[in-house]
Write a protein that binds this ligand. Structure first.
Ligand code: MTE
Ligand code: HPA
Ligand code: MOS
Length: 774
């Protein structure tokens, strides 16, 4: 297989020919949709008047909840999210009214004329207030093993603390967008930038009060989703559909960047409390966590995210006595949602803090503590939820990266540098990642496809996944080409369409190519079996039903031949013509469900994950002690992707995920004012990483000779999310650099993101401590 086949729309991205929602050509009837949202974080809607707005020339519709023909509801799991606010608003940015106009200016004019009378109520804007007021989103969750309290009492050392991790904006380049076009009767065609076409289809049907077979959702490509379009693309789709249905014209909503940032949910902020018991060697005896997540105003995926966080508070470490409790708190902010890592980063940051603090307490290098606590290969290998860590790659990765990153040598150089320099300090950290692959909601681990072969020898694959830049379509193209033994240029991957493949899961949990790839293989096997039987008959094989006949017919290099009789050979294209003449069906669906997984959510026990992906990073930073500014000097990454299907794409995913994680760990800070208004609603105040922030020396490698032993497609492993969490190495390298100012101690509550401000304040505190001032 060609493991560096270029990304299928790479050229299209550069030339601008790749089609996004905004590029779809529509006739002159196209109307611009506008969403009017709440300016209050919490208020009663006493009255509203849309009459003046409706009179504006060019305005075709102004809708409130009263104009929704079906259900006023778009909650994906729990039905607690209204499509348009009724009597109350619960966050700034909540949709209240919809406008469809011929031009944007007319829409904005109409918006100004909408009269709303609010009665402001007290909002809850942070986790602490929610905790004080008992504003829980749902019942707490718990996972436990061993005897935590007793062990904490007897452990040689105990450390307690709190960690805050910040929210994060998805910052997809294409903001939320949807175009709706009516068909015949009640039919509606929805072109959406959604990671979950089937759910978008279901919710559009519900708000319109029609059936799912009347709604077709199509996704050509998404300009980045990162989890932000797993559920929240549904909203824009429902709003566009309502306007389209009301006006009988095509309607497109494409949110402005600032509106998108104000209206949509983010990564969940967490406030985590911990207590850890360990011995003089730094071996973990017991860990107790209490995770508190800021769910925002509605449930969305908060409990699944909390669950994944709880399942990742162990990260790469064996802890015999473990307890983790989790709560989602309800606040008056946009409903927080899926974002790359899906709670994993929040969970891992907590245990990595613990490891770092133990190292500082024992005055050892943190790698020693990490190494001692890594999951074992034969024993010490059962997680707190009872899954055995099989095919552990931690030790092999650790050995290789310690060498390739020259860790020991650089540790010494950095120590020398720090003694010689007063105003610049360097820091170094290695952090591991063990990430569970599978949706933790087990039934979601399924995928379907429809594969067509045409008589010119070309192949068209329809799969249920969505292409969002992660390279899924390219991998699918490679898989289909390899299975049929044809060159990849014969294979085209279609836009995802709910009328071709129904009832799909979201493209999420990094499992898009694992699952859709297997379903493609399954469909192609069906077609190949039909072809092989027919060819065997044509070639006068004796027993066409004997399995050995099928295995002797080989599909390779654009030909089909019988390996036992090399003269029996036909080009793939000629064979397809022949099959058509012989009335053989050249189209098949395919299906896949991940085998052997399942767990009891209530007991918190079982096997939620099909396998784990591992990786490690070593990062080195330099900090300007006077300004708090840091520079990332070098990062080495060694990532386990099994046997890579496409190394170019996989390395791109590792780099992209790491840099996105870097943003979460360092510069991306979300702030709301005391009334719940988002203050950081554009790139001038919200700082995502730029080219300047990429490590000056960036060495990304995939672990070699490492096929995935479990039966994944072509022995590959998922790659989309795991490397995100490698950026914790930068966060801890910064902490390490700061610690060089003092006695390798840093205030325990070193939070995340480590912004310039956080760094400078930590340094100042440490300087005062050194001077004995505090
Ligand atoms: N890469 C790009 N370029 N754009 C994206 O939106 N999303 C990430 C990851 N990589 C994303 C991305 C997230 S959150 C997930 S879950 C996976 O891709 C989803 O795709 P996959 O399952 O096919 O890996
Ligand atoms: N990851 C991503 N999305 C999800 C998950 C998950 O584990 N579960 C439900 N939606
Ligand atoms: Mo990714 S957060 O599972 O869409």
């Amino acid at each position: 297989m060609n493991t560096i086949l270029p990304y299928d729309s790479a050229v299209g991205h550069v030339t601008g020919e790749a089609v996004y929602i905004d590029d779809i050509l529509v006739n002159e009837q196209l109307l611009v949709g506008r969403v009017v949202y709440s300016l209050h974080a919490h208020a009663k809607i006493k009255s509203f008047d849309l009459s003046e707005a409706r009179k504006v020339a060019g305005v075709h519709a102004v809708l409130s909840y009263k104009d929704i023909p079906g259900h006023n509801q778009m909650g994906p799991v729990v039905k607690d999210e209204m499509c348009l606010a009724e009597n109350e608003v619960t966050f700034v940015g909540q949709a209240m009214f919809l406008i469809a106009a011929e031009t944007l200016e007319q829409g904005l004019e109409a918006e100004k004329l909408i009269k709303i009378e609010y009665e402001p109520l007290e909002p809850i804007l942070d986790i602490e207030t929610a905790m004080l007021k008992g504003s829980l989103m749902g019942p707490p969750r718990k996972i436990e093993c061993g005897n935590v309290n007793a062990t904490l009492k007897t452990a040689p050392h105990v450390i307690q603390g709190e960690l805050r991790t910040g929210a994060q904006e998805h910052w997809y380049l294409e903001t939320q967008a949807c175009l709706c076009i009516l068909g015949e009767g009640k039919e509606i065609n929805v072109f959406s930038s959604t990671q979950h076409p089937s759910e978008t289809q279901a919710l559009v049907a519900e708000v319109l009060g029609i059936r799912r077979n009347e709604v077709i959702v199509e996704v050509k490509r998404i300009g980045g989703g990162f989890g932000g379009k797993e559920t929240q693309a549904n909203h824009v789709a429902c709003w566009s559909a309502l306007l389209c249905n009301a006006t009988k014209s095509p309607v497109k909503i494409h949110l402005f960047r600032d509106d998108d940032m104000i209206m949509t949910g983010k990564r969940h902020r967490f406030l985590t409390k911990y207590e850890v018991g360990f011995d003089d060697d730094g071996v973990l005896h017991a860990v107790k966590f209490e995770l508190n997540s800021d769910g925002g105003a509605a449930t969305d995926l908060s409990f699944a995210i909390l669950e994944r966080a709880m399942l990742h508070t162990d990260n790469a470490y064996y802890v015999p006595n473990f307890s983790v409790e989790g709560r989602v708190w309800k606040t008056n902010l946009p409903s927080n949602t899926a974002m790359r890592g899906f709670g994993g980063p929040q969970g891992m940051a907590a245990i990595e803090t613990i490891i770092d603090r133990i190292a500082r307490f024992l005055k050892k290098d943190a790698i020693e503590i990490r190494f001692k606590n890594f999951y074992g290969s034969k024993d010490r290998n059962v997680t707190h939820y009872g899954q055995t860590v099989e095919n552990n790659r931690l030790h092999v990765i650790f050995d290789q990266i310690m060498k390739s990153a020259e860790y020991e040598k650089r540790r010494k150089e950095i120590a020398d540098f720090n003694t010689q320099n007063e105003f610049f300090k360097k820091g170094l950290a290695l952090t591991p990642v063990k990430f569970g692959i599978s949706f933790t909601t087990t039934f979601l681990n399924q995928a379907g496809v429809l594969v067509n072969v045409y008589t010119d020898g070309t192949v068209l694959v329809n799969h249920g996944g969505t292409e969002m830049g992660q390279g899924l379509n390219t991998k699918i193209q490679q898989i289909a080409a390899a299975e049929f033994g044809v060159s990849p240029d014969r294979v085209k991957v279609n836009a995802t369409n709910t009328s071709k493949v129904p009832n799909t899961s979201a493209t999420a949990a990094s499992s898009g190519s694992d699952m859709n790839g297997m379903a493609v293989k399954n469909a192609i096997e069906t077609i190949k079996e039909r072809i092989s039987k027919e060819l065997a008959q044509l070639w006068n094989e004796k027993d066409v039903h004997h399995p050995s006949i099928l295995s002797s017919i080989i599909f390779k290099d654009n030909f089909i031949f019988d390996s036992d009789h090399p003269e029996r050979k036909i080009s793939f294209t000629d064979a397809m013509v022949q099959m058509n003449l012989c009335q053989v069906s050249l189209s098949s669906t395919g299906f896949y469900k991940t085998p052997g997984i399942g767990w009891d959510k209530i007991k918190g026990h079982g096997k939620p994950f099909y396998y784990y992906s591992f990786g490690m990073a070593v990062s080195e930073v330099i900090i300007d002690i006077l300004t708090g500014q840091h520079t990332l000097l070098r990062t080495d990454i060694l990532q386990d992707v099994g046997k890579s299907i496409n190394e170019g794409i996989d390395i791109g995913q590792v780099e992209g995920a790491f840099i996105q994680g870097l943003g979460w760990c360092t510069t991306e800070e979300i702030k709301w004012d005391s009334k719940g208004n988002l203050m950081t609603h554009s790139p001038d105040t919200y700082k995502i990483p730029t080219v300047q922030d990429i490590p000056k020396d960036f060495r990304v490698k995939l672990l070699e000779d490492n096929p995935n032993p479990v039966g994944t497609i072509r022995r590959s492993k998922a790659i989309g999310e795991p490397p995100f969490m490698l950026a914790l190495s930068v966060w801890l390298a910064i902490k390490d650099g700061i610690s060089a100012v003092g006695n390798h101690e840093v205030e325990p509550e070193f939070s995340l993101p480590a912004t310039n401000e956080v760094i400078l304040l930590s340094i100042e505190k440490l300087k005062m401590k050194v001077r004995g001032a505090i």
